[in-house]
Ligand binder design. Structure first.
Ligand SMILES: C[S@@+](CC[C@H](N)C(=O)[O-])C[C@H]1O[C@@H](n2cnc3c(N)ncnc32)[C@H](O)[C@@H]1O
Length: 447
């Protein structure tokens, strides 16, 4: 080894002083490894080599976290990843452009159809297409649209090809035999009243219904009507500081007694409260003082907020009741509903259908109703519709037909992307100002 080093030195070119000194010291250093003429020289590994060996070891590790940790550190992976990221970026860019183009086309189509509808010239297919573009199709609408698409005569012709066509309604609520006929449930709830709260407590806790009730009651402000109030389960979520007057309505006297007692216990000093035993189907008459107790016939009863929890399933005529709510709503007022009905999935609806009779027997309600169809039949305009529990719990905010949306009710996309909606936004302040207090009169009727 030394011989090799020396012979290499002898063929090197003459060195400068510094090179010569360093070469000498390195020779000295190297010679220190030479223990005996027959011993092996151990070369010190560089940091890179050690890391490489460690990586190779980790790549073979049994532990998949260590193995994957090593894989992502390999050069091959890093290079590949860069390629993937560039690929994904290009993909999303192209997809984004495609998506925007599609959205724009839809927006244009909607604008055109809405203009036609405004002139009263939209055919049934076009009216359904407007709903589809707004994402508001109900069960029967979906069925009808499918029928229209099956019967398309000319793919290249526009929607005017359906100008003289109207399809028969195929309502889920009428055609599904598992949805039982409506009935008057007053006697049922009179009988059930004493055990009602205890019976529903467990079920409601299990599905966190308290949060939904809180959601419902946060909208109560001004003059409020709670329809089908039952035993007053929403009372604990009411903020009376925002409420001018509150009227409770229920067909069952026994249920109403419980609401009355709870209210008086909770809010002994609140004077503007009325407890009306009567049917939601007769609400307009009741409000005019035709029926029921505690209503001043001279009062033009109108409400800022009408709330109802789990009422539509028990009312004999839910459509008429909703129409009554609309008639008693002040301009800019809102109907807020927390209801249960058919869900978003077939397997859930099958369960609801199969247990519909048992449910009606136990709780007096039709829990498999298609509430979307009922809402549409009522003519109310839905401002917000959120569904939870597989779509079976419906949280709905509705307004009078033709009333404008409030600023905060217009979503981001509607506000900034959809041009057709811009002129439909109503400044919240305007509604507040124009909604005169029509229901200031004391309507208390403590029985
Ligand atoms: C399922 S309970 C719901 C009660 C209460 N809202 C709650 O969240 O627990 C249905 C209520 O609707 C009432 N109801 C049934 N038919 C009615 C009608 N036609 N008009 C007004 N209330 C009615 C019943 O008396 C009962 O109190």
């Amino acid at each position: 080894m030394l011989g090799r080093l020396l012979s290499r030195r002898s063929i090197t070119r003459p060195l400068g002083i510094i090179q010569a000194v360093s070469r000498q010291s390195s020779l000295r250093a190297r010679s220190s490894y030479i223990a005996h003429s027959n011993s092996k020289v151990k070369r010190i590994k560089t940091k890179e080599e050690i890391a490489k060996e460690k990586l190779e070891e980790q790549l073979k590790s049994e532990n998949r976290f260590i193995r994957w940790g090593a894989i992502v550190r390999t050069e091959k992976f890093t290079k590949g990843m860069t390629k993937y990221l560039i690929g994904a970026y290009v993909f999303f860019l192209i997809y984004g452009l495609y998506f925007m183009k599609k959205m724009y086309a839809k927006e244009k189509e909607l604008e055109k159809l809405e203009a036609k509808q405004l002139e009263g010239k939209a055919n049934e297919f076009e009216t359904l297409r407007i709903k589809e573009l707004r994402g508001k199709l109900r069960t029967r609408d979906e069925r009808k649209l499918a029928q229209y698409r099956e019967m398309t005569w000319d793919e290249n012709q526009d929607s005017s090809q359906y100008d003289h066509v109207t399809l028969a309604n195929n309502n889920e609520n009428n055609t599904n035999k598992k949805i039982l006929p409506a009935r008057d449930t007053t006697d049922f709830y009179d009988f059930k009243a004493s055990e009602y709260d205890e019976g529903v407590n467990f079920e409601e806790k299990a599905i966190f219904m308290g949060r939904r009730r809180k959601w419902l009651m946060k909208y109560c402000k001004g003059d409020v009507l709670e329809a089908a109030c039952g035993t007053g389960r929403n009372l604990k979520y009411a903020d009376l500081s925002k409420i001018n007057s509150i009227t409770f309505l229920d067909a069952s006297e026994k249920m109403m007694e419980l609401t009355h007692d709870k209210f008086r216990k909770e809010f002994p000093n609140f004077k503007k409260a009325a407890f009306v035993v009567g049917r939601a189907e007769n609400l307009v008459n009741l409000a005019a003082g035709g029926e029921g107790q505690g209503v001043n016939p001279d009062t033009k009863v109108k409400y800022d907020t009408i709330v109802e929890a789990f009422g539509l399933c028990s009312l004999e005529d839910p459509v008429k009741s909703l129409q009554n709510f609309e008639r008693l709503l002040k301009p800019g007022g809102r109907i807020v509903l927390l209801e249960h009905g058919r869900g978003n999935y077939d397997f859930i609806n099958k369960i609801l259908d199969d247990r519909a009779e048992k449910r009606l027997e136990t709780w007096g309600c039709r829990w498999n109703l298609d509430l979307g169809e009922i809402l549409d039949d009522s003519g109310l305009e839905v401002v917000e519709e959120n569904r939870t529990h597989f779509g079976t719990t419906w949280c709905v905010i509705a307004k009078r037909k033709g009333d404008l949306k409030k600023n905060e009710e217009v979503g981001f996309v509607e506000k900034y992307v959809s041009s057709s909606i811009k002129n439909k936004i109503e400044a919240y302040a305007n509604v507040e100002g124009s909604s005169k207090k029509l229901n200031d009169a004391e309507t208390t009727s403590d029985k």
